[in-house]
Ligand binder design. Sequence first.
Ligand code: PPE
Length: 308
Amino acid sequence: MVQKTDWIWLNGKFVKWEDANIHVLSHALHYGTSVFEGIRCYETPKGPMVLRLKDHIQRLYNSAKIYRMELPWTIDEYCELCLEVIRRNKMKACYIRPVVYRGYGEVGVNPFGCPVESAIAVWDWGAYLGPEALAKGVDVCVSSWNRMAPNTLPTMAKCAANYMNSQLIKMEAILAGYAEGIALDVNGHVSEGSGENLFLVRNNIVFTPSIANAILPGITRDGVLTLLEKEFKMEVRHQAIMREMLYIADELFFTGTAAEVTPIASVDKIQIGAGKRGPVTEKLQTRYLQIVTGKAPDIYGWLTPVEK
Ligand code: PPE
């Protein structure tokens, strides 16, 4: 169970964790009318720092815009609210979950009669794919489920409804004994994990599915691309990736706010490279974690201090 914290921000007020409730006839519950973010706050030598706060809130606002939901707060005001939730709960490090949804109003598919509401919660969240995943890598499968086809559910919106597809991928993987599943897109090209973007290294070239391969445009993906291109001077190709490229990769890894940089040891029981964290993955993971935890200078301006 999620470890409770004291306060949740709900529609303009701070309420006790146990009082942060909504009506069972809320539109979001019946029709998936909700967009959200997942953000990490790291403990650093200069106090708690939120990673890529404005980029996440910008994506939240983009998701809301796609679904015609209007918010009364500016992006800067909403960022400040996230920081205030962390302060009130006195968190040193945490996961931040802002959610924007249609609440209680009318019933029926038409969402326009339901109010746009929002909540921000924080909690402690450790390694996403298990405690040993970051060092040892995870065993994954290719899912029998595809990611959404274009013109169905927009994958650039981080909408709750998309995560029904993620849940099918995740449940199938778990029940088959894997840590995670990789979904292909509707054309059979590699897309992403149920909650992570994917990278592949082969002959010193990095490959990652393009935005058109039904992925969420990950903010960790963006950060990792910066490090690979600017610092490691590696060639990166955003392209359609064949399933079999996974099997013959030298290295494979997931990226995500929750997953950070997680190596993949095998796919469909085929060992990837040496079957453990590869050299590029290790270097990247180390550099990424050093920046986000404030052990290396924040040269890209990724961190926002929580304390005023
Ligand atoms: N794809 C999907 C489908 C996804 O859910 C995430 C984040 C990513 C890619 C990576 O995006 P980014 O976090 O911006 O680098 N998944 C979030 C939620 C996971 C959950 O179980 O909840 C996360 O990592 O916070």
